[in-house]
Design a protein around this ligand. Structure first.
Ligand code: CO
Length: 219
């Protein structure tokens, strides 16, 4: 069987399974969406957003690009942000990077790694600038993979900081005290997600804020 035939066949099996466990699921999803979070992740085929956190259809609004970047002048990510924040009114934006990211590795390696990929090269410009800014700190790592994983974290933090300065986000903070911003990193080797940073609405505290589940447990 061809790969694409398998996918089409698996789709019917998936839909049947979904209906078997929740007979109303597609009727409900057909009515509309109200996702709690916007996910900005990497395109990497090994980091499927919904699967790695067991999210159901309708729970995550998703944008993926190489190395999970936010570009203010990128109409694709900007339109997704605008729709998620102003139309869907998501409460959270998750920026999720991953260890061993090929995009980050290309930016860290420098040289002519991206010569044959001019669009990717241009897209990764901000990561190359980040690598240059942290050039001295990166010298402490002897292995390329360690440098890459360090920049993966720095990059997630940089995207969260960039979001925190965007008018789309700050206007929404003024209007409805949301969304909160979350920086996560996924480890391909363990399948685990870890938080690396968090930004709440300006003035309500940042990294030290208790997560919702802790507040719920305390209350
Ligand atoms: Co990647």
């Amino acid at each position: 069987m061809q790969f694409f035939d398998r996918l089409l066949l698996e789709n019917r099996a998936w839909a049947d399974d979904m209906k078997a466990s929740d007979p109303e699921v597609f009727q409900r999803l057909h009515q509309g969406q109200s996702p709690a979070a916007l996910w900005i992740g990497c395109c990497d085929s090994r980091v499927p957003a919904e699967q790695i956190c067991n999210a159901k259809p309708g729970e995550l609004f998703i944008h993926r690009n190489i190395a999970n970047l936010v570009h203010e002048d990128d109409a694709n990510v900007s339109s997704v942000l605008e729709y998620a924040i102003n139309a869907l009114e998501v409460d959270h934006i998750i920026v999720c990077g991953h260890r061993g990211c090929g995009g980050i590795q290309a930016a860290v390696s420098g040289g002519d790694a991206l010569q044959a990929l001019p669009y990717v090269d241009r897209h990764l410009g901000q990561v190359k600038r980040l690598v240059a800014e942290h050039h001295v700190a990166l010298e402490q790592f002897s292995q390329l993979s360690q440098k890459v994983d360090h920049v993966v974290e720095l990059n997630v933090i940089a995207q969260v900081e960039r979001l925190a300065e965007m008018r789309l986000v700050t206007d929404s903070w003024q209007a409805r005290r949301a969304p909160s911003l979350h920086g996560w990193v996924y480890d391909l080797a363990s399948g685990h997600l870890d938080e690396v940073c968090r930004r709440e609405v300006e003035g309500s505290g940042s990294e030290s804020a208790e997560p919702d589940w802790q507040r719920a447990a305390a209350g």
